[in-house]
Design a protein around this ligand. Structure first.
Ligand code: ZN
Length: 323
């Protein structure tokens, strides 16, 4: 199952598999982008592929080495997951303690450093020394969602492996296979635009609660002033989440109004969609979507914008758009 999550990241998979098969493996990789689980699966795949008794290629998943790596107990594969907001020098020292030694049992030592953008400067410099003069038979794997907090000198020593947002359908399938309710899985995948990490937050308790609260408020937008003030006040602390939900909601209303019943973000809410869509003309809905997109741009760009006023203005516009 875990490998499948890596293979869904087709560009990353092609790149790493090509390197392993040709024997041209870099000393250091930076797995960069969203999808923490895809990156996790990829680090395991790479460690197994480099140490598999069956030879270099697709790992066999059956030899002792593959088993030990899957269990997280292979002596040559060490990893560091940050416990707090930062990665300190002591933690990196401990991870790399064995860096000068030869591999104990496998072919290649693999050091995995997750969320490397949390490295404090001293810790990053300690790592950098090893990246500049890499020990033989050793591969470093760093992972990060974004690279802006990473030292450029570290990035330049690594081969960057891109991880991307997935097709929402692929992501929804992943969540459904895990036992999530199909409607919630589908909604989380679409609301996140395929960003697996963000989708996981929509699927979590807080994300589910946000969706439920939104669905209670959404029909009230039509009723104008009083309801609008209440909604704007409720969401001024997290306008981005609100605008994501609002944009998806109006997109669904357009689909519903035009008779489309497939590809809805709010699957399972057909009754509510039907009731609300009847209040708007198609043209009003299109205009509303445009206003939402414009508000999202305004609120994402400037911190000086009065969020509550901007939301109120948007909601009044949406209320007036109703027939
Ligand atoms: Zn194996």
């Amino acid at each position: 199952m875990a490998w499948e999550e890596f293979k869904e990241q087709t560009a990353a998979y092609r790149l790493l598999r090509g390197a392993v098969v040709s024997g041209r493996v870099a000393h250091a990789y930076l797995f960069l982008g969203p999808d923490a689980r895809g990156k996790e699966a990829a680090t395991r795949w790479l460690a197994q592929a480099l140490n598999c008794a069956a030879g270099r290629g697709e790992p066999c998943a059956a030899c002792p080495s593959c088993h030990l790596i899957a269990a997280g107990t292979h002596p040559d594969v060490r990893s560091l997951t940050p416990r707090g907001r930062h990665i300190r020098l002591e933690e990196v020292r401990e991870l790399l303690r064995t860096a000068a030694a030869s591999p104990l049992s496998g072919h290649t030592k693999v050091y995995i450093l997750k969320e490397a953008d949390k490295l404090l400067p001293e810790a990053a410099n300690h790592l950098l020394k090893l990246l500049e003069e890499p020990p033989p038979a050793t591969v470093f794997v760093l992972t990060a969602a974004r690279d802006y907090a990473l030292l450029p000198t570290i990035v330049s020593r690594c081969q960057v492996v891109p991880f991307r947002a997935l097709a929402p359908e692929v992501l929804a399938r992943r969540f459904i296979a895990e036992g999530h309710d199909p409607d919630s899985a589908h909604r989380a995948a679409f609301l996140s635009g395929g960003d697996a990490d963000e989708a996981a937050t929509w699927l979590g308790a807080e994300g589910q609660r946000a969706v439920a609260e939104f669905l209670e408020l959404a029909p009230a937008i039509f009723y104008g002033k009083g309801a609008v003030l209440q909604i704007a006040a409720a969401y001024q602390v997290d306008p981005a989440r609100f605008l994501t939900l609002l944009g998806a909601w109006y997109r669904d209303l357009i689909l519903w109004r035009s008779g489309r019943r497939e590809g809805l973000v709010f699957r399972g809410e057909e009754e509510l969609l039907d009731r609300v869509a009847a209040l708007y003309s198609s043209r009003a809905l299109v205009r509303s979507c445009r206003a939402i997109a414009q508000a999202a741009r305004l609120l994402s760009g400037r911190s000086t914008v009065n969020v509550r006023l901007a939301l109120e203005a948007l909601l009044v516009e949406l209320a007036q758009a109703a027939v």
